[in-house]
Design a protein around this ligand. Sequence first.
Ligand code: ZN
Length: 445
Amino acid sequence: MRETLIRGAAVVVTMDGTRREIAGGDVLIREGAIAAVGQGLSSSGEVVEARGCVVTPGLINTHHHLYQTLTRAVPGGQDALLFGWLKTLYPIWAKMGPEEIRVSAQIGLAELALTGCTLSSDHLYMYPNGARLEDTIDAARLVGLRLHATRGAMSIGESAGGLPPDSLVEREGDILDDCIRVIDAFHDPRPGAMIRVGVAPCSPFSVSRELMRDAALLARDKGVMLHTHLAENDEDIAYSLAQFGCRPGQYAEDLGWTGDDVWHAHCVKLDGSEIDLFARTRTGVAHCPCSNCRLGSGIAPVRTMRDAGVKVALGVDGSASNDAGSLIAEARMAMLLQRVQNGADAMSAREMLEIATLGGAAVLGRPDLGSLEPGKRADLAIWDVSGLEAAGAWDPVAALLLSGPPKVKHLFVEGRPVVRDGQIVTFDLPRAIEVQNRLARRLAG
Ligand SMILES: [Zn+2]
């Protein structure tokens, strides 16, 4: 029997129904699941000493474009708004192929793992030069993180009035066929799944109304989730009003893009009636504060959405608009921005940790994840608060967001170690970094 005991943590943050925090706590993992949480537990299996550490559920990332780790800090995109930023980057992305997609995903997933993330979704919406969704899935299997890979798409190129170059768009029939192919090949609906697949046209400004509608029908037929970008900034709202004659929330609702099986990235510009719509329909939101800052999009109304009952989770967004991919840093930024918008008592560190864990599990439809309770899958992050960043901290749980550390000591996914003593143990990360830098130089020409 595969068993690991995490023993003697300074605090175990369970995120259970009563949000119990256990001082001097232990977590017993058996066959990939949490077997027990408490004090004084014992095991004949492996023991991991957690003295001086805070143990939390693994953080959950609900929006990313992993391939973008290859285009961090691109000069022409550093200071542009969303649409101008996209137009700078599209031609570079068009030069990528399977190797770029696979290696960049390894890098992005490793960065997430080291910053506390155990489950990431990914939104891959272009397939240049033979790239396929499984290039990303292969990377997740290598790194050992759970992945909700979404089959994105763009179908309206420049010549048809869209934003992307024609070379990056696909025919809508081909898109739907490939969605079916990857769902049938890779989607695992069972509790404990390591890989799930979703359907994710890139945005209302890069696919047709028909594809949005057909994607929703297909996803429901297959029992998979739907994801896209929505209401990201003022340009986005203006485009919706001009092209569709309605706001993004209305557009989403008309085409079947609301419900418990849908989550939208950003939602910076949702108005009151759209927030009500999302709450009523149990539609989820992936909040990506660093990207929203980086592109000057604004501050999403997270406090208002939470108070209205909207499911909110965190996303680092792609590394071309962050340009980091640290989930714990994203949580800190999210907490700080809600205070900028609403005052110092608007968002506590603990509420933000809840959004980063339980919030992510709710948005991605994973009741088997998000908390440390018997029966849940064993995804957990172990943070050493005995070092420099948290030195002098009075409250080690709040310190995770208020002061640090910025990286985990250990990380377990499905009870298996992905990070030990601050190092990725599942694959050769230094080698991947070398390859990544070589690929980036090649893209830069
Ligand atoms: Zn995005």
